[in-house]
Design a protein around this ligand. Structure first.
Ligand code: ASP
Ligand code: MG
Length: 411
């Protein structure tokens, strides 16, 4: 029989009724003879409610106290789930992260897991008990409570699965898997039966929010078989695969990700001399603004244009910084646009197929959509376009790459 680590997210435990439904599911797995370790999130909305409480007292509460506060959300859920299981005659024990114990570094609010003690969980499993662990939290070497960053229960699930060498880590959520693109934008979006870790990482970092990015990195590194599935309806979900099996038979593109929260800034007419890129970007990164795509033109005369994208929330601040830099460098002007979006096609099949990027550009040209910036990696091509064309672009690409057609690989 198998050992499963099952993580249930906020909406899956959002009400007492939902917690009872999770208890039914877990008890079904126990009846089939499987061992189960359950990781839960806080009830949906709870973490935000707690943040609101903190902010009604202090604008910037200390990170240590914030972690003490936020970790309580998950502690409520583990106890309620344990009760719901006991009511069903299923033996269960709940633990906070520090009880397990999940040892982390001391970076409050985005701590990294360093070690997990499995002996206590093993004893429970051997005694036939379901182990329930609070997600998103641990404790540092001094015993201070830490949290792993928003969405961190996914990482708890994957880390426990790695430490226990579980047969599968199952992430139960409110969608029934990973889709070719957002079904709210493309009606024909299709659930993928499989996707590779690399593709999933790209999809996650490009705005497809099914899994916390760090949990995918973790699962890839420790080769934890990971499955995303719905707690609301039965189905096989999407398996995130370790090996890139039958890559030749796979579609060239696995999915289309997009991101609306982007803005671009161009500093026009900067001198084409060594050190300019760093003089532009160092002040930006010092202000803690993350830069995504960067494009520098080849100098036509002795000057060039330098363009990059930032999160839309950082647009105004980045523009202020650039205006200062532009004055120092003697650049012509700073221009920007915060009504842009990024669309990316992702697929490991790109490695073995030529002409993928040109097919994308041709498709966008046919729709009369202007491409403002392009960037590529081995398994993705991203373009920046005007935000108003986002839906049109995603739909056109979805059909151009035939993502609505059934998969070649069987389930
Ligand atoms: N409760 C935390 C959050 O809302 C962690 C999680 O749900 O994974 O971010
Ligand atoms: Mg969550």
């Amino acid at each position: 029989m198998a050992l499963y680590v099952q993580k249930y997210g906020g909406t899956s435990v959002g009400t007492v009724e939902r917690i009872e439904a999770v208890a039914d599911k877990v008890s079904g797995f126990r009846e089939s003879g499987h061992d189960v370790v359950v990781v839960v999130s806080a009830m949906s909305g709870e973490t935000n409610r707690l943040i609101g409480l903190a902010n009604s007292i202090q604008d910037k509460p200390s990170a240590r106290e914030m972690d003490v506060l936020l970790s309580t959300g998950e502690q409520v859920t583990i106890a309620l789930l344990a009760m719901a299981l006991e009511k069903r005659g299923v033996a269960a024990r709940s633990y906070t992260g520090s009880q397990v114990k999940i040892l982390t570094d001391n970076t409050h609010s985005k701590a990294r897991i360093q070690d997990i003690e499995v002996s206590r969980m093993r004893t429970d499993l051997d005694a036939g008990r379901v182990v329930i662990v609070a997600g998103f939290q641990g404790a540092d070497a001094e015993g201070n409570i830490t949290t792993l960053g928003r969405g961190g229960s996914d990482t708890t699930g994957v880390a426990l699965a790695a430490a226990l060498k579980a047969d599968e880590c199952q992430i139960y959520t409110d969608v029934d898997g990973v889709y070719t693109t957002d079904p709210r934008v493309v009606e024909g979006a299709r659930r993928l039966s499989e996707i590779t870790f690399e593709e999933m990482l790209e999809m996650a970092s490009l705005g497809s929010k099914v899994l916390q990015i760090r949990s995918v990195e973790f699962a890839g590194k420790y080769k934890v078989p990971l499955r995303v599935l719905s707690s609301f309806k039965d189905g096989p979900g999407t398996l995130i695969t370790i090996e890139e099996e039958n890559a030749v038979e796979k579609p060239v593109i696995s999915g289309i990700a997009f991101n609306r929260d982007e803005a671009k800034l161009t500093i026009v007419g900067v001198p084409d001399i060594p050190g300019v890129a760093s003089r532009i970007l160092v002040p930006v990164s010092r202000a803690n603004i993350e830069v995504d795509m960067i494009v520098q033109n080849v100098a036509a005369d002795k000057t060039t244009d330098f363009t990059f994208t930032v999160h839309r929330n950082d647009y105004v601040r980045a523009e202020e910084i650039l205006n200062q830099v532009a004055a120092e460098l003697g650049a012509r002007e700073v221009v920007g646009d915060n009504r842009i979006a990024k669309v990316s096609i992702v697929g490991v099949g790109m490695r073995s197929h030529a002409g993928v990027a040109s097919k994308m550009f041709e498709c966008l040209a046919n729709e009369n959509i202007n491409i403002q910036m392009i960037s590529t990696s081995e398994i993705k091509v991203s373009v920046v376009i005007a935000e108003k064309y986002l839906e049109l672009a995603v739909r056109a690409l979805h059909s151009a790459f035939e993502l609505d057609k059934a998969e070649a690989v069987s389930e």
